[in-house]
Design a binder for this molecule. Sequence first.
Ligand SMILES: Cc1cc2nc3c(=O)[nH]c(=O)nc-3n(C[C@H](O)[C@H](O)[C@H](O)COP(=O)(O)OP(=O)(O)OC[C@H]3O[C@@H](n4cnc5c(N)ncnc54)[C@H](O)[C@@H]3O)c2cc1C
Length: 610
Amino acid sequence: MRRPKTVYVDSDILVVGGGMGGCGATYESRYWGRDLKIVCVEKANIERSGAVAQGLYAINCYMGMQWNENKPEDHVRYARNDLMGLVREDLGYDIARHVDATVHKFEEWGLPMMRDPKTGRYQREGKWQIMIHGESYKPIVAEAARKAATEVYNRIMVTHLLMDKSRRRVGGAVGFNVRTGDFYVFRAKAVIVAAGGASHIFKPRAVGEGMGRTWYAPWSSASAYALPILAGAKMTQMENRIVLTRFKDGYGPVGAYFLHLKTYTQNAYGEEYESKWYEDTKALVGDYIDRHPVPTCLRNHAILREIAAGRGPIRMVTKEAFQDPHKETVGWENFLGMTIGQAVVWASQNIDPKHTNPELTTSEPYVMGSHATCSGAWASGPEDYAPAEYQWGYNRMMTVEGLFGAGDTIGGTAHKFSSGSFTEGRIAAKAAVKYVTEKGRDQPQLSETEIEDLKKAVYRPMEHYEIYRNEIVAGTVSPHYILPIHALQRLEKIMDEYVGGISVNYMTNEPLLTRGLELLGMLKEDAAKLGAEDLHQLQRAWELQHRLLASECVTQHTLYRRETRWPGYYYRGDYLKLDDKDWHCFTLSRYDRESGKWELEKAPVYHIVD
Ligand SMILES: Cc1cc2nc3c(=O)[nH]c(=O)nc-3n(C[C@H](O)[C@H](O)[C@H](O)COP(=O)(O)OP(=O)(O)OC[C@H]3O[C@@H](n4cnc5c(N)ncnc54)[C@H](O)[C@@H]3O)c2cc1C
């Protein structure tokens, strides 16, 4: 292996991850910081990176305030209801009040929006969703970021954040170019992490050659969590993983089907089943089951119970809607613009939804902060709206000075989706510019020793491979190193079996979680000996490290919260009921990198909106 060159890049604001949040942050940093050096670093290419890479058919968060359709408060109530009472209302409100302006910018930049021919308004798919011709959504958003940035560095995987020598504020980040192998040191006065959520933490339903076919993008590898965790930032609600009900095998989304095509579900015998589980669910969660709309996790719960009772599979009734040629077109286009894989699966399995009601399934769990779930970093709230306890300086700044976040990175704010994540990037950027101009003017002092140590650590998997590969005479198993794919499969198996994945019907308990943590500890020891054959595998090795740390955090949080708050997402068998008396609170964790220990605590939930 040639000795990698070290490239130094100085910036005022460094944005890690050029997805929806990162593009929003890059764009807005330029607006407020005309003379600042703004750098965006992305492990893929911002043109087609992140969860939105393939395009979307709907923008899921739009208030429609210009037509008095919804108010920001309504969205807070909606998200709070869906998350069984626990959201950061200050952060959610902050996004909701600004999100419409973001969507209007998308249209100005060329995103084709569907309009209701009668009213001229954006075509609604549901109360919060508007429909778009969204195949080019990401390139359009990326163009705005590209034009705003001083520089965009594509193909660089960020592995660690850097701290100032004082250890009191963030100082930048390091990573490597996945094509050239060069080592990059980004010095920055403020860092905004927007690196997406986490798939492949739990074993997916599709394994082997199908393992890339997950609902959530397989390249979303938990950097958004691992980077701040390693820097000592507090995390929140990491137990709140999400399980999606989706069309089987292709994970095609069901939203447009329910909302726009008015399809509905039934069991294998053509019966309505949700109402059968009303009393059962009420016994677990009390009157949360009476809320409208019924929280997503509780709808999953009814599906899981019905299948366990032997009346699966659950099917989406499409045969009626698809008799209408317009609806049939919309049904197919919904996938062709967003999840082509589902259309291909149906074609390959002889499923024509006009004649066959397709099966639904519940996915493996994922960790994210922008969908119907709110795992992520604990962030300071907006000055004019957040309770004092939620404010320690700048909006969206984590508990580490100068470190900001957006999108899936920030916890407590479910239902922000693509438009809300971009908006949150803008909010974080405005605050980061303020921080840089007010407090963080000086370039942080970095330790050269730390940088050199990190450089050695980053390339160690390639060194391991080079030294020990000759011991292998056949196959891929070596006594001296573990390959990223093997470590990933072991991680997924531990999380699946011990922390509430698909093979245990999302069930876990204290003994399982405790054993899970022991096994994760052993995997951590072995992961110090990862072997990487080339730069591609080196990226896989660091993605694995990030997933592993995030998984440990998820497990710690799941152990700490002694209740089942979201049945249908996961169950604590030893505490099967929702417990508002003791657990109507956020869970917070902090990792100590030196000792490897976690500290957990509760934080109050403030209901600001009535
Ligand atoms: C399957 C699916 C369907 C969805 N459907 C809709 C929908 O219909 N409508 C809607 O409005 N929203 C939808 N969303 C939500 C929306 O996609 C997300 O809310 C949004 O993309 C989150 O923005 P983000 O910036 O946090 O993450 P992303 O947009 O995923 O961006 C993260 C970026 O960080 C980069 N990155 C990751 N790790 C590193 C690293 N270590 N170093 C450098 N770069 C890194 C990634 O490559 C990526 O570009 C959907 C999400 C999913 C997963």
